[in-house]
Design a protein around this ligand. Structure first.
Ligand code: THG
Length: 366
């Protein structure tokens, strides 16, 4: 494929110099910012992620900061997940929906204080929606995009690497919690989270000026751990069932269709926009839903929805797919109609390279 034309409209990140020095071979654009997609090869990156430790430039996971007396009220308007029990120091994976229950984003909410949150967004312009709601309801909050850039440390050796740079106390941070740790005189929020199933951390780097010093410190500290620049890995995230907003679901889908019903507590999420619409669909359940799907044979890159067919009729679509070395099949994510979503159901998938056999799985691979 041709290269991405560099321009000011496609934002670089505080880590882009390090990413380039590490030999990045491919980029996508996410929240109008560069996101690396491959360093050595997607397959080599995959094996390395599962065996060592990687440093990921995920600055494109932009933060929408919500601050002020009405911050909690606004946050609850944005999501059907009940936030009443959320404490400062916690992160929540929160579906966000419009007034029809259509998904607008699937961010991680980070509660910094009773009156201050970061919404760590997936690839949609959520800032505009949040600013619009805050203004329209005359809420007493400030909504903006601060100079905060997540840097993810992922892989089985991430504990060891992080302890070397931030001290052993980092190992006490629990899943989807964060603590404050010092680097070069600055306090950084560091969470145990990240867009892989290999374990790791996300450093919310506040102030782009310390981006490269932190990148270099991690690379130097982890030299003997075989630390390498990495990025969210297509194969590993499909194996793990980590959804990609805009690929696997969008505004046409409810959280229930996306399999995110477990992150909704719509009944008690009083004040949530789209609550009535979601209560209706939650009652009967969705008539199509995300499924893990195994596909036989050789497949091209999934850059469009591939129809899933049963006796020639379309019963769903594959939205992400990749060849998995560890599972000796093509792993995929698709949206399947309820008539055909049971585990073991055999379908055909129409790829641009021809039809392939596809089997609905009972679960994701990891
Ligand atoms: N981390 C942060 N921000 C993000 C992402 C991230 N913003 C963009 C994108 N990723 C948002 N989407 C997701 C999708 C999945 C998860 C997090 C963000 C995730 N899911 C776990 C799972 O499904 O196993 C855990 C969910 C839970 O149990 O609460 O981590 O990755 N900062």
């Amino acid at each position: 494929m041709a290269q991405i034309a560099p321009s000011r409209r496609v934002r670089r990140t505080p880590f882009s110099d390090g990413v380039e020095a590490a030999g990045v071979k491919g980029y996508t654009v996410y929240n109008r910012m560069l996101l690396p997609t491959v360093f050595r090869s997607v397959t080599e990156d995959y094996h390395h992620l599962k065996s060592a430790v990687q440093v990921w430039d995920v600055a494109c996971e932009r933060q929408v900061e919500v601050r002020g007396p009405d911050a909690s009220r606004l946050m609850q308007m944005l999501t059907p997940r009940d936030l009443r029990g959320m404490l400062p120091g916690q992160c929540y994976y929160v579906p966000m929906v419009d007034e029809t229950g259509g998904m607008l984003n699937d961010p991680v909410a980070v509660k910094l204080a009773e009156d201050r949150f970061w919404i760590s967004i997936a690839d949609s312009d959520l800032l505009l929606w949040v600013k619009g709601i805050a203004y329209g309801y005359r809420l007493d909050v400030l909504v903006d995009e601060p100079d905060v850039s997540p840097l993810a440390i992922q892989g089985p050796k991430s504990d060891e690497l992080m302890a070397r740079v931030f001290g052993d106390a980092i190992k006490n941070v629990r899943f989807f919690r964060f603590g404050w740790f010092e680097f070069q005189g600055r306090q950084l929020a560091i969470a145990r989270s990240g867009y892989s199933k290999q374990g790791g951390y996300e450093i919310y780097v506040e102030g782009g000026d310390i981006g490269m010093p932190l990148w270099n410190a991690l690379m130097e500290a982890g030299a003997d751990l075989d630390v390498h620049a990495g990025c969210p890995n297509l194969i590993e995230r499909i194996e793990g069932g980590l959804l990609s907003y805009g690929n696997d679901m969008n505004r046409d889908n409810t959280p229930h269709e996306a399999g995110l019903g477990k992150f909704c507590s719509t009944q008690t999420a009083i004040g949530c926009i789209g609550r009535d619409a979601l209560l209706r669909v939650a009652k009967d359940g969705p008539n199509k839903q995300i499924r893990a799907i195994a596909i036989d044979g050789d497949i091209p890159a999934c850059d469009r929805a591939w129809p899933l067919l049963a006796s020639g009729k379309v019963v769903g679509h594959v939205t992400s797919a990749a060849k998995s070395p560890d599972y000796n099949t093509n792993v995929a994510i698709g949206m399947v109609r309820m008539t055909h979503w049971d585990a073991g159901t055999e379908l055909n998938v129409r790829t641009p390279a021809g039809e392939r056999r596809a089997v609905v799985q009972d679960n994701f691979w990891i």
